[in-house]
Design a protein around this ligand. Structure first.
Ligand code: ZN
Length: 256
C-alpha cells in the first residue's frame, strides 16, 4: 500500500442510505506513513475491513468525528477487534466528550481495552506516533462534531465531516486534499448537512489541489456522485472525485 492511502469502507451518509445499505457505511481506513488509523467506523466497518484484508490488530487509533450512528455504529466492535477482545491493549480512541458521556456510544465495559481514550476538543493538536492532527472549530450538527486536519511527513489533508455551512468553517481547514461529507445535493430546508453549493464555497476558500466527496445521502446518490464530481472539476478547475465503496485512494498521488 502507498504511504498515504484512504480506503473507503463505505460512502453512505445519513439515515435512509444507511438503513437500506444502498451504499456501505463502514467509514475510512487510513494508512498514513505506515500507521493504520480508522475514522468514523459506521455500521459494517468490521465486515468490510475483513473483506479488504485490513487487520484491526494493526490499528494505532480509532477516531470519531461525532457520535451519530452512521459514524460510530461499529466503534465498539472495532475497539474489540483492535485489542483482540481486550487481551492485548493497544491504540488510542479519540472521541468528542458527548460520545463518551450522557447517552454514550462507547460502551463502558470496553473502555479499558485501548491503551488510551482521548477526548477531542476544538482547535487542539493531537499526535499518533509520526502523525499529528488538529481539530476544527465545533461543527453545527446537533451532536458535538469536529473535523480533522492531518499532517503526515509528505502531505497535509483535511476531513470535513457533517455540518451545516457557516462562515467560520473554511478557516479551520487546509491542505493539498480535502475529504468532504456531502449528504445533500441541493441546499434545502433546515438540514444540518453540506450540499454541493457548500462544497464549491469550501473549494473557493481553502484552495486544495484535490477533493474527495463521500458520505452521500439519497439526493446525492440520485444525482450520481461521480457525475456531480466531474461537473465540479470543470467548474472549479480542481480535481474532484466521488469515492466508491471499497476504493483505496492514494492521497499523495491524487494531490500531485
Ligand atoms: Zn452526523
Amino acid at each position: 500500500m502507498a504511504q498515504n492511502t484512504v480506503t473507503f469502507l463505505g460512502t453512505a451518509g445519513a439515515r435512509i442510505m444507511l438503513a437500506k445499505q444502498l451504499l456501505a457505511s463502514g467509514g475510512m481506513w487510513c494508512n498514513l506513513d505506515g500507521l493504520q488509523i480508522l475514522i468514523d467506523p459506521g455500521p459494517g466497518c468490521l465486515v468490510h475491513a475483513v473483506k479488504k484484508k485490513l487487520d484491526a490488530t494493526k490499528l494505532s487509533a480509532i477516531i470519531l468525528s461525532h457520535k451519530h450512528l452512521d459514524h460510530s455504529g461499529d466503534v465498539n466492535v472495532m475497539i474489540e477487534a483492535m485489542t483482540e477482545g481486550g487481551f492485548h491493549p493497544r491504540g488510542t480512541v479519540f472521541a468528542p466528550q458527548d460520545a463518551l458521556e450522557v447517552d454514550p456510544v462507547i460502551l463502558k465495559y470496553l473502555r479499558g481495552f485501548p491503551k488510551q481514550i482521548t477526548v477531542l476538543k476544538e482547535k487542539q493538536t493531537y499526535q499518533v506516533e509520526s502523525i499529528t492532527f488538529q481539530t476544527s472549530v465545533p461543527h453545527h450538527h446537533g451532536a458535538e462534531t469536529y473535523g480533522l486536519v492531518f499532517h503526515t511527513p509528505e502531505l497535509t489533508f483535511s476531513y470535513i465531516p457533517d455540518t451545516v455551512y457557516f462562515p467560520e468553517l473554511p478557516s479551520s481547514y487546509s491542505g493539498e486534499a480535502l475529504i468532504i461529507n456531502v449528504v445533500r445535493f441541493q441546499k434545502t430546508g433546515p438540514i444540518l448537512h453540506l450540499s454541493i453549493e457548500d462544497v464549491k464555497e469550501l473549494i473557493r476558500q481553502i484552495k486544495p489541489k484535490a477533493v474527495i466527496l463521500t458520505h452521500f445521502g439519497m439526493t446525492m446518490w440520485r444525482a450520481h456522485p461521480w457525475e456531480v464530481a466531474e461537473k465540479l472539476s470543470h467548474e472549479t478547475g480542481i480535481k474532484v472525485i466521488a469515492a466508491r465503496d471499497g476504493q483505496s485512494i492514494d492521497l499523495t498521488e491524487l494531490a500531485k
